[in-house]
Design a protein around this ligand. Structure first.
Ligand SMILES: C[S@@+](CC[C@H](N)C(=O)[O-])C[C@H]1O[C@@H](n2cnc3c(N)ncnc32)[C@H](O)[C@@H]1O
Length: 280
């Protein structure tokens, strides 16, 4: 009988996400990892060192930087786009709990990655605070609005595929999820592999952003359902509404800062932190 073909299992062709699970669950000291987020994170890092299989997690340095944002802002809810095997959810879910927060919502497209993450989050004892939502981020964000799961973003980690950073920001600009003086967006990998379109947008003036929208082919007065109309359509359960590529709102004003981190190979990556200031 021919083997069934499953086009995508994990994010890596060698299924290292599944090897990671075997590695962790074969550890002789597994019981010492239970309800111990730091120990689970240490073992995820050890897996890469021991096997030479790199995992695209935020890792300890960027994890500490992001945890500091949570300690400073003390959000009730954190949303992350791109959960992978749960490293950032464990790191930041733990930081959120330590700072009085209640919900860490992790959005992950790939169900196999989500299954791995769920087991590791459970092992770390964070089941009560971290939930994983399996779908493309734009769909889950719209569902959150429809079901009143969130009415604004407090702290968000953007760490999914880099070409989705900007369309998802545009969606949030339209859905009223950005709250001046409150919302902080931390976008990983802005230098490597890089998210140039996202950086260009959050650094542009409103005139420059209007010009960018034209460049992206959004003609003025085009028929996209935007802003409050889009929120209404989502709440009414309309299914044919465009979510994946909604033109951004050029009037949002952002303050931004890039923090650089040295990677294992000596090259640099950066997290762009954007604070929502208001609207022009
Ligand atoms: C860089 S990894 C995330 C790493 C994770 N934040 C960590 O530090 O452990 C990117 C993840 O984003 C997921 N992803 C990519 N595009 C997505 C989308 N549109 N919605 C949700 N998840 C997405 C991929 O399946 C992958 O697991």
């Amino acid at each position: 009988m021919p083997k069934p073909t499953i086009e995508h299992i994990g994010s890596y062709d060698d299924l290292r996400e599944l090897h990671l699970l075997h590695y962790i669950y074969s550890l002789p000291h597994l019981s010492s990892l239970r309800n111990n987020p730091a120990a689970v994170l240490r073992e995820i890092d050890n897996f890469s060192q021991t096997t030479g299989k790199h995992l695209m997690t935020v890792g300890p340095k960027k994890g500490a930087f992001l945890a500091d944002i949570i300690a400073t802002r003390k959000p009730t809810t954190v949303v992350e786009l791109g959960g992978f095997v749960g490293y950032s959810a464990i790191y930041l879910g733990d930081a959120l709990r330590a700072n009085g927060g209640k919900r860490y919502l992790s959005l992950e497209l790939n169900p196999v990655n989500a299954a791995v993450a769920n087991l590791l989050i459970e092992l770390a004892g964070l089941r009560d605070i971290v939930t994983i939502h399996v779908a493309a981020s734009h769909k889950t964000l719209a569902e959150f609005v429809k079901d009143n799961v969130i009415d604004h973003i407090e702290v968000m980690l953007l760490d999914h595929w880099k070409d989705r950073y900007l369309p998802d920001l545009w969606l949030m600009e339209n859905l009223g999820l950005l709250k001046p003086g409150v919302t902080v967006l931390a976008a990983d990998n802005c230098l490597r592999p890089g998210a140039p379109e996202y950086l260009e947008w959050v650094r542009a003036t409103s005139e420059e952003k209007s010009a960018l929208l034209k460049r992206y082919g959004f003609a003025a007065g085009s028929k996209y359902v935007k802003g409050e109309e889009l929120v209404k359509a989502i709440k009414e359960g309309k299914e044919d509404v465009e979510l994946e590529n909604v033109p951004g709102d050029p009037t949002w004003v952002y303050e931004r800062e890039m923090t650089e981190f040295e990677l294992r190979d000596g090259r640099h990556d950066g997290i762009e932190v954007v604070k929502v200031v208001g609207k022009e």
